[in-house]
Design a protein around this ligand. Structure first.
Ligand SMILES: Nc1ncnc2c1ncn2[C@@H]1O[C@H](COP(=O)(O)OP(=O)(O)O)[C@@H](O)[C@H]1O
Ligand SMILES: CC(=O)N[C@@H](CCC(=O)OP(=O)(O)O)C(=O)O
Length: 265
């Protein structure tokens, strides 16, 4: 079994490692795992420390060169290495890499087209090439890859890529069965103010309307925008849930439902 698992920054507490236990169990059972992580709140904290106000367009961070440097330090440095450290405490040999290592992710600059107006949000990228060689090498040596989404622009510089998109492109390139995205809400909600309005099964065809009607906003937009590409790319299922659902993940492989939203073709 092959899996890409993504944890958002909201799920990561560098001082508490218990949230990683289910990841360790999956890995120790022999699942081929690539662990992609975000770090949105942690990046924003450092940008604020510089006296700046973080800003987002369609759920993507507006990233000038100074923000890019901070983003790379926080994602590929601080958080990536904290995760590797916590996994090593559980006896797991993990290797922290970013999309820049061995050209894992090559990206081009992302331009937003809003009502026929092109909006430049700085050093933000879209991955257009994935080289999985490094991940395969790590797997072959029983080393768990921990992946920061910072990508190469193909000219030796970095681009800031949304961690959901990085996880999605990796899932397609590695031909995994499932892409599991863990966040701070129980899944996709039909009324975001009501945690009990969970949509348990969502068809990819319903996504444009959810965005158009304003039911899905903010960071949930980039999450859902890439799902059609992922499912077309051969991944069977995308699952969006709260971090706590990870401990039930075995059930998902037995075809049983667990708390969260399953998105299928
Ligand atoms: N319909 C919706 N259902 C669930 N969450 C939604 C919805 N619309 C907007 N959101 C927001 O999306 C957020 C998740 O996206 P984001 O903050 O980018 O997550 P992550 O940090 O996991 O990448 C939720 O915290 C919630 O505030
Ligand atoms: C372009 C863009 O928005 N990049 C994200 C990358 C981190 C991320 O996606 O982290 P979460 O999964 O915790 O949201 C950012 O700068 O916040």
């Amino acid at each position: 079994m092959k899996l890409v698992l993504k944890f958002s920054g909201k799920n990561i507490d560098p001082h508490k490692s218990a949230f990683l236990k289910p990841v360790v169990e999956l890995w120790q059972k022999g699942t081929k795992l690539a662990f992609v992580h975000g770090g949105g709140p942690q990046i924003s904290k450092f940008i604020e420390k510089m006296g700046k106000k973080p800003s987002f367009v369609q759920g993507l961070r507006v990233t000038d060169q100074e923000d890019m440097d901070l983003t790379e330090m926080v994602l590929s440095g601080l958080l990536n290495k904290a995760l590797v450290g916590m996994l090593s405490q559980y006896g797991v040999a993990a290797c922290g890499i970013s999309g820049r290592d061995a050209n894992l992710f090559i990206a081009k600059k992302h331009i937003i087209n809003r009502e026929n107006q092109l909006i430049d949000i700085g050093r933000v990228g879209d991955i257009n090439q994935v080289n999985t060689q490094l991940i395969e090498t790590l797997w072959n040596n029983k080393i768990l890859p921990v992946v920061s989404p910072i990508s190469s622009d193909g000219n030796g510089k970095s681009l800031n890529v949304n961690a959901d998109w990085a996880a999605a492109q990796l899932a397609i390139a590695l031909r995994v069965e499932k892409l599991l995205l863990f966040t701070d809400v129980p899944g996709v909600l039909s009324d975001p103010s009501k945690p009990d309005s969970l949509i348990e099964i969502l068809s990819v065809n319903d996504v444009p309307l959810l965005i158009q009607k304003g039911i899905v906003t903010g960071g949930m937009i980039p999450k859902l925008q890439m799902i059609e590409t992922v499912l077309r790319g051969g991944v069977e299922e995308v699952f969006i849930a709260e971090g706590a659902s990870l401990k039930f993940v075995d059930q998902l492989f037995k075809g049983k439902s667990i708390p969260g939203t399953r998105i299928i073709r």
